[in-house]
Design a protein around this ligand. Structure first.
Ligand code: ADP
Ligand code: TPW
Ligand code: MG
Length: 579
């Protein structure tokens, strides 16, 4: 297989266009302005020509990072993020992110070049031979292949609709090498393109479903609202805030819903989580699934006696997916529709009067909150040497407060869990993290997309292990000169740095090179490296990075004994449970 040269360009004389051009035109027609990818056969010229045509083409060092970037761009913009890869190995590298997008309900399209159908289907050993469509299908919300240039318009339109309509997800679009060079009449090509009208149609909830939900909520003695990342995605921020404030119901934000209302809001019950979940009698989920992150809606977290027992709560679930209700426990009042429409309908149903939740419930929550906040303030005020997660995060907390518009990326175990609970968010869709899978490796891809999409500075709090999964993308961050400040919480390993090999032969599986200097990596690419062993050094480094908007990596030296196994989810770890 040779390289595919752009044989024909659209121009007035030839009146011919080709597959490359039609893909680019179809994207542009649908407002797609950025491609996250990695070049090679057969899509090198697609990257070049897309760039020449005015699209932003961001080139990564590994497709996985490009894919994660595309997925979070989808979350932030409600437009499908595009990840472009080469065939077989490039495609497989991108596949993790495709599955991640589907799992997290982010709209994304993985576009991969593929080898010749005739050879692939007869398994004759083509260059990078693989039946990519078949492999992508179970991991994607939808998967399509385009064989003829005149079908590119339909293929792109279907991919866009599938990605953003209903519950968003990852879509695979297979573009065989031969397609790109196919020439067709330019007018016919132009006419074959589709500008997708209303790609994510509103879905209005049924009035009786809204009434059922409001009746349940109104009679609750201990109501609670849980906001998930679906609520953040929906961009119905004003309506959601209004619903919460009008009803006076305490709310809990899931991690990527933090900041939908400021975490410092008086109705925010995050600091009393372990009190409100088992205590509530009616819980309204808005864009949050009752999956493992909410202990499946049952067990001790929810006041059940054993780990499989249901608590006494009744649930309202607002979700665009009609199949989500009853997936873990009974949903007494499902409200199916898009969150903007559902919340608006509820607000209309509430009208001017709504009884405030009983004072004893609100007072009890406030008592727990105050006690927990005071306890945390005490811990944060300590200044141990070496730094621990708390003393470092006290700094991060201040910096975020002073820069509420900055994007905030977070991954790791302890580096994730402590950060989530200590660092408040003040605005919607600022916090992006490991998501539904608790996956490591989203870090640098998310940083690039967050900076590019929002034009805001980005702060990334990274476990030292987490950072390693996408560390080479430091070069990407520096190449595009993005205002990204990465803080590596360096505790010498996965969870902590203290394990030893009982045989004395090797380092323990969870332990890395002691005292590694991650700050030196970024210097190789012209970025700013900072070695911080005290909160003061960390503060100075972060302030400078935000002021100068230069790519910066701060190696924050954390006490290697400070973490716990698996962070907050030790109970899910089979070996740890035995202890
Ligand atoms: P979290 O992890 O924050 O709890 P989940 O990813 O579990 O959130 O849940 C997100 C939910 O939001 C999914 O069930 C998805 O169907 C739903 N969702 C996504 N976008 C919308 C929307 N625009 N309107 C309604 N529901 C949505
Ligand atoms: C793709 C398993 C969960 S958390 C983690 C791993 C490897 C790293 C924790 O160490 P880190 O944080 O980042 O240094 P800290 O502060 O506790 O020391 N592979 C993938 N995803 C996951 N989740 C794992 C492995 C894991
Ligand atoms: Mg670590």
């Amino acid at each position: 297989m040779g390289t595919v040269e752009p044989q024909v360009a659209t121009d007035a004389q030839t009146q011919v266009t080709d597959g490359f051009q039609l893909v680019i035109d179809a994207f542009k027609l649908n407002g797609i302005d950025t491609i996250y990818g990695l070049p090679g056969i057969p899509i090198t010229d697609l990257t070049r020509r897309a760039q020449a045509a005015g699209l932003r083409v961001l080139s990564f060092r590994h497709e996985q990072s490009a894919g994660y970037a595309a997925s979070i761009a989808g979350f932030l913009t409600q437009k499908p993020g595009i990840c472009l890869t080469v065939s077989a190995p490039g495609f497989l590298n991108g596949l993790n992110a495709l599955a991640h997008a589907t799992t997290n309900c982010f709209p994304m399209i993985l576009v991969s070049g593929s080898s010749e159908r005739e050879i692939v289907d007869l398994q004759q050993g083509d260059y990078e031979e693989m039946d990519q469509l078949a492999i992508a299908r179970p991991l994607a919300k939808a998967a399509f292949r385009v064989l003829h240039a005149e079908d590119i318009g339909v293929g792109v339109a279907r991919a866009i609709r599938a990605a953003v309509s209903g519950r968003p997800g990852g879509v695979y679009l297979d573009l065989p090498a031969k397609l790109f060079a196919q020439g067709i009449d330019a007018t016919a090509g132009k006419n074959s393109l589709i500008r997708v009208v209303d790609p994510a149609p509103r879905q209005i909830p049924a009035p009786d479903a809204v009434k059922r939900a409001l009746d349940l909520l109104k009679n609750a003695k201990k109501p609670l609202i849980v906001l998930g990342k679906g609520a953040a995605y929906a961009q119905a921020d004003a309506e959601i805030r209004s619903l919460i404030e009008k009803t006076g119901i305490p709310y809990l934000p899931m991690s990527m819903a933090k900041g939908l209302l400021p975490d410092a809001h008086e109705q925010c019950a995050s600091a009393a989580r372990s009190y409100v979940l088992p205590g509530a009698d009616v819980v309204m989920l808005i864009g949050a699934r009752l999956n493992w992150l909410l202990s499946h809606g049952k067990g001790k977290t929810w006041g059940g006696k054993g780990h499989k027992d249901w608590g006494a709560q009744k649930f309202v679930q607002v979700d665009i997916s009609p199949q989500e209700a009853d997936s873990n426990v009974r949903i007494d009042a499902p409200v199916v529709g898009d969150i903007g429409s559902c919340v608006s309908a509820m607000l209309a149903g509430i009208g001017g009067s709504w009884p405030r939740p009983p004072a004893d419930w609100l007072n009890a929550i406030n008592e727990r909150k105050s006690a927990n906040v005071a306890k945390m303030a005490e811990t944060l005020a300590k200044n141990p040497s070496p730094m621990n997660f708390h003393s470092a995060l006290a700094v991060v907390r201040d910096i975020v407060k002073a820069n509420p518009d900055a994007m905030f990326v977070n991954e790791g175990a302890n580096a994730l869990d402590f950060t989530r609970s200590i660092v408040d968010m003040y605005k919607p869709r600022k916090r992006i993290d490991v998501g539904t899978w608790g996956v490591m490796g989203i870090g640098m891809g998310y940083c690039v997309a967050a900076a590019v999409v929002t034009k805001q500075p980005v702060i990334a709090i990274e476990g030292d292990s987490a950072f390693g999964f996408s560390g080479m993308e430091l070069e990407t961050v520096c190449r595009y000169n993005l205002p990204v400040c990465i803080v590596v919480m360096n505790n010498n390993g996965v969870y902590k740095g203290t394990d030893v090999d009982p045989t004395g032969r090797d380092p323990a599986p969870t332990v890395f090179v002691k005292g590694a200097r991650y700050d030196k990596l970024i210097e190789a690419f012209g970025g700013v490296g900072v070695h911080a062993t005290t909160p003061a050094e960390l503060r100075k480094g972060m302030e400078e990075a935000l002021r100068l908007r230069r790519p910066t990596l701060i190696n924050a030296v954390i006490d290697e004994t400070a973490g716990t196994e698996s962070g907050r989810i030790t109970s899910l770890n089979p070996s740890a449970r035995k202890k």
